[in-house]
Design a binder for this molecule. Structure first.
Ligand code: SF4
Length: 214
């Protein structure tokens, strides 16, 4: 286990462990299929870098600090315009929250991809407020605004992305089965080291004591 000051020690209590201590996922080291965190590099970052090298054009990305700890750290370090980065990058939406985005879509009646469904008031969250500053704190888009949600997916990535699927209440794979059955069928076709995606999920459920449904 990794301690908060990055030492490796056995059997330390959870309060002393680094937030990056990943012993819960150690069983993946024995997986009969290959697994890594490199997909974003291959599918998103590298094509963008290649495009930059070919054209000299600098990327403008719609990432937000609220999406992850890493993005928050990067924003605090570089600001919205990272002029000094190896590839200078602008992230003008860094300080927006998800609610800002939903409100902007609703206010301007913008079309969005069908998988998100519609932007509606989140009546279950009525009375709650965001714990982060939003545009409404400055009177932008009106003084008061209810919390909003989408009726379909709230976040999306690659269609068969499995990242975080073990933490979901509603299975993304079962939803895909309903909305896009042909895509869902790829779970039984795509193979890695001879193991289908469906077999890999079964293996994870068995060896990681998880309940990923598909
Ligand atoms: S959306 Fe998922 S599968 Fe796609 S690049 Fe990101 S982490 Fe990888």
């Amino acid at each position: 286990m990794l301690t908060k000051d990055n030492q490796k020690k056995a059997n330390i209590p959870s309060c002393d462990r680094s937030r990056y201590s990943q012993e819960k996922y150690k069983f993946f080291l024995e997986a009969p299929f290959e697994i890594s965190n490199k997909c974003c590099n291959v599918m998103k970052k590298e094509p963008a870098h290649t495009y930059y090298r070919k054209t000299g054009r600098k990327p403008i990305l719609a990432t937000m600090a609220s999406e992850s700890r890493l993005r928050t750290q990067k924003w605090l370090h570089n600001g919205c315009n990272g002029f000094d980065l190896t590839i200078p990058t602008s992230t003008p939406m860094s300080f927006w929250t998800e609610q800002d985005v939903l409100w902007y879509i609703k206010e301007n009646n913008l079309p969005i991809c069908s998988v998100y469904g519609e932007v509606v008031t989140d009546y279950e969250a009525m009375g709650q407020c965001e714990n982060q500053m939003t545009f409404s704190d400055y009177g932008i888009f009106g003084e008061e605004r209810p919390l909003l949600k989408t009726t379909g997916c709230d976040r999306t990535g690659c269609v068969l992305c499995g990242f975080g699927c073990h933490l979901e209440k509603e299975s993304r794979f079962l939803r895909l089965k309903e909305t896009h059955p042909k895509f869902h069928n790829l779970l039984y076709v795509l193979k890695n080291n001879g193991v289908t995606y469906a077999e890999a999920i079964d293996w994870i459920n068995e060896h990681g004591n998880m309940n990923i449904r598909y």
